[in-house]
Design a protein around this ligand. Structure first.
Ligand SMILES: CC/C=C\C/C=C\C/C=C\C/C=C\C/C=C\C/C=C/C(=O)SCCNC(=O)CCNC(=O)[C@H](O)C(C)(C)COP(=O)(O)OP(=O)(O)OC[C@H]1O[C@@H](n2cnc3c(N)ncnc32)[C@H](O)[C@@H]1OP(=O)(O)O
Ligand SMILES: Cc1cc2nc3c(=O)[nH]c(=O)nc-3n(C[C@H](O)[C@H](O)[C@H](O)COP(=O)(O)OP(=O)(O)OC[C@H]3O[C@@H](n4cnc5c(N)ncnc54)[C@H](O)[C@@H]3O)c2cc1C
Length: 664
């Protein structure tokens, strides 16, 4: 056994709680852990799902492998193993997915969209076809010229009463659809968001089913120009695409008409609120943070903490042995708060998923009164979690020194996967501003008219009592800060407007404060939800203590990073800030011996991380060497390029050196 493996073994011997029990808490119960492990094993054992490590493949190989595996998974594995939407197996299915996948937009965005925009007949037609991969459909909303401002989308769907068709057109280059996943190469249909025009009148953005490729040849249909947008910062296996449509005709029935319809005579019928057009985005904002950001940070923490426990560099005691870098307080200060972020965002996110499910049930009965609240909450939650996780993964990557820059560490892949979560499904700033709009409105309301999650905004500020680092007091600081920030930002908007600025100008001039206030609001929500979870969870004392420490650390780390805000608002004094700083350092020291146990509890398999630094056995140096040997550049002992371009000068060098030798 290598020295490094031995070090990790010793770390595990020193853990003071049951790792298995924490895994159960993380998964949502013992039964969930069993189900997840069963799904992971089925996938892990299947030889069809084996591929070379992604860092040894070209983009084309990565796309081909991911598509091959995903077709196999969605066609052959899901049903056979009882993994269908709504089942417990499905909830844990992400943990079993290969490290790269395609058909994500088809399965994860298009299918939910057809359910929310399609009438019963349309769902009956399109759902079985798409579930069986008989059609592959992308979600084509963003255009080259517009992504955030949806009222600015340019693609048009004009009703032709004569033929009972819609004519789809992208009038300019800037109007072509750009970015949608699965669109470049795999899709033969697109759910196109286009401006509906009937009898010369514009009705705004509506969803249309458009066939873009021939079902037998897969060639683009007449009027369609479609392809891959090229190499990106990450997501190399995914065929994000462009789609330029010129006079593409689709039948009238292809307007997804659950919420609005065009009758044969051209009458436009609105059946539900325009806001429901945005419902598919709320659905993804609620559901994607866990698999695309929180689990990504959890993996980065696993890699960085295991590696830091075996990487020895420098001395803590002069004359003593070299120490594991995890023993430095500064390394703990980088990494352990990231673990707290993983836990806080995961449990807060579960609360939002439940709220969204309740909203969907009410919507089915015609009640959408909670729409504004769930939109505001999901928008700011997606923005905050994507930001925290992206920053966290980069912290983990840098905490691994030089090896963190190597693809073999698995960390660059994780970083390039989490970074675009700040952009897709709503650019974060734009989403924060949406929530700000809601908060400013709420701040003017009476308590009786507000949902519970927002009541604190209009309630009197309460003072903390007793231990300033208790979870109750931390929750109170976050609430007071959020309330004061929202009130200050609202006041600024009003002052600007009273000075004579138009409302949109007053809003823009106050937007820095508005986004700041929204961030304060969503952090208080996340902290509060995590603290409530920790109080209520049924588990042993030792596991509870770990969770309480992580929760307290999440709060303290955040406060210490923006103590200026708490001081400025009069919530904390300089004395409080000193106590908070020391309390955080004490918690790091307390959690340090359990750090490896806490990441082990995530229970990621080695194959789900493809990391030489983060594997369970800690054999980091052998793994790095083995991976380097697999580099395509090492296929031959002499690479043709170095031989071809360098040889003349090397020969010169040889002659000089040999001449020098013969003179000696
Ligand atoms: C096998 C798979 C199984 C399972 C899947 C599970 C998990 C998910 C996993 C997979 C997916 C993961 C990764 C996928 C990777 C990439 C996918 C990427 C996809 C995309 O990016 S799709 C494109 C997304 N685009 C956007 O999000 C655009 C952002 N812009 C907007 O949302 C709006 O245009 C904007 C900014 C809100 C418009 O602002 P504007 O001020 O112009 O508003 P309007 O005048 O249009 O409307 C104002 C009014 O409406 C309210 N409102 C706005 N949005 C919503 C909403 N979403 N819901 C409800 N209400 C909304 C707004 O508050 C205003 O109300 P008010 O007047 O104030 O009362
Ligand atoms: C990996 C990836 C996958 C994607 N998949 C899909 C997909 O499947 N389907 C699809 O339709 N789209 C997809 N997209 C597109 C994505 O949804 C958009 O890129 C995103 O919504 C942001 O829009 P934008 O690119 O127009 O950014 P812009 O809005 O142009 O943003 C540029 C800058 O302007 C700022 N800004 C914009 N508006 C305002 C404002 N009102 N106030 C202040 N600042 C503002 C932003 O904060 C940002 O800093 C994907 C994108 C990526 C990166």
């Amino acid at each position: 056994m290598s020295i490094e493996s031995n070090l990790l073994k010793k770390e595990r011997q020193n853990v003071t709680f049951s790792v298995e029990e924490l895994t159960n808490v993380w998964d949502g119960g013992k039964e969930d852990t069993e189900i997840r492990r069963k799904v992971v094993k089925v996938f892990g054992d299947d030889p069809v799902l084996k591929s070379p490590p992604i860092c040894t493949m070209t983009r084309e190989e990565r796309y081909t492998e991911a598509t091959r595996k995903c077709v196999y998974i969605f066609r052959n594995m899901l049903q056979k193993n009882g993994i269908y939407p709504g089942s417990k197996e499905f909830e844990h299915f992400w943990n079993a997915m290969p490290i790269e996948y395609t058909l994500l937009i088809h399965m994860g965005a298009f299918i939910p969209c057809i359910m929310s925009f399609g009438s019963e007949e349309q769902v009956a037609k399109w759902l079985p076809l798409s579930a069986n991969l008989n059609i592959i459909c992308t979600y084509a909303q963003t255009e080259l010229g517009h992504g955030s401002f949806l009222r600015g989308l340019e693609t048009e769907a004009t009703f032709d009463r004569e033929t009972q068709e819609f004519v789809i057109n992208c009038p300019k280059v800037s109007s072509m659809k750009w970015w949608p996943g699965d669109m470049g190469l795999n899709a033969n249909h697109a759910l196109v968001m286009a401006n509906l025009i009937v009898g010369g009148k514009k009705y705004g953005m509506h969803p249309f089913m458009v066939q873009i490729r021939d079902l037998s040849t897969h060639m683009p249909l007449p009027g369609v120009t479609v392809g891959d947008i090229g190499s990106k910062m990450g997501f190399e296996a995914i065929d994000n695409g462009f789609l330029y449509m010129k006079n593409v005709r689709i039948p009238r029935e292809n307007l997804l008409n659950k919420n609005s319809e065009v009758k044969p005579d051209g009458t436009y019928v609105k059946k539900a609120s325009d806001r429901l057009m945005y419902g598919s985005m709320v659905n993804l904002r609620v559901n994607l943070p866990k698999s695309q950001a929180i689990d990504v940070l959890a993996k980065a923490c696993t890699i960085a903490i295991r590696y830091s426990a075996v990487r020895r560099q420098g001395l803590l005691n002069p004359g003593g042995a070299e120490v594991a870098v995890l023993d430095y307080t500064l390394q703990q200060h980088k990494l352990i708060p990231q673990l707290a972020t993983v836990y806080a965002t995961k449990f807060a996110g579960e609360g939002i998923i439940k709220k969204h499910q309740a909203f969907l049930q009410n919507m089915a009965k015609g009640n959408i009164s909670d729409l504004a609240e769930i939109h505001a909450l999901s928008a700011s939650f997606k923005a905050s979690v994507s930001e925290q996780c992206t920053e966290g993964v980069e912290v983990c990557r840098r905490a691994c020194g030089g090896h963190g820059y190597s693809q073999a560490s698995g960390l660059p892949h994780l970083l390039s996967k989490v970074t675009p979560t700040c952009t897709y499904e709503g650019e974060n700033t734009v989403l924060y501003l949406q929530t700000a709009r809601y908060l400013v409105k709420c701040a003017k309301e009476k308590a009786a008219d507000l949902p519970e999650s927002i009541l604190f905004l209009v309630q009197p500020i309460q003072n903390a009592r007793g231990n300033i680092t208790s979870l109750d007091n931390l929750a109170l600081y976050f609430k007071n800060r959020a309330a004061l920030c929202v009130q200050a930002a609202s006041k600024k908007v009003n002052q600007m407007s009273n000075k004579g600025l138009a409302m949109h100008e007053a809003w823009d001039k106050s937007s820095v404060q508005l986004v700041h206030a929204t961030k304060a609001y969503v952090i208080q929500y996340i902290f509060d939800a995590f603290a409530s979870f920790v109080k209520e969870v049924k588990c042993s004392k030792s596991v509870k203590e770990i969770l309480e420490d992580l929760c307290c650390l999440y709060g303290l780390h955040y406060i210490n990073n923006c103590s200026g805000d708490f001081l400025k608002l009069g919530i904390l004094t300089a004395h409080h800030c000193n106590i908070a700083e020391e309390a955080e350092i004490a918690l790091l020291e307390k959690l340090r011996p359990n750090a490896v146990g806490i990441v082990d509890a995530f229970d990621f398999t080695d194959s789900s991380m493809e990391s030489c630094l983060g594997a369970y056995d800690g054999n980091v140096y052998e793994r790095l060497f083995d991976m380097a040997k697999l580099s395509p550049l090492n296929k031959e002992p002499v690479h043709q390029a170095s031989y071809k371009y360098l040889r003349p000068y090397l020969l010169e060098g040889r002659d000089i050196l040999e001449g020098a030798k013969s003179k000696l």
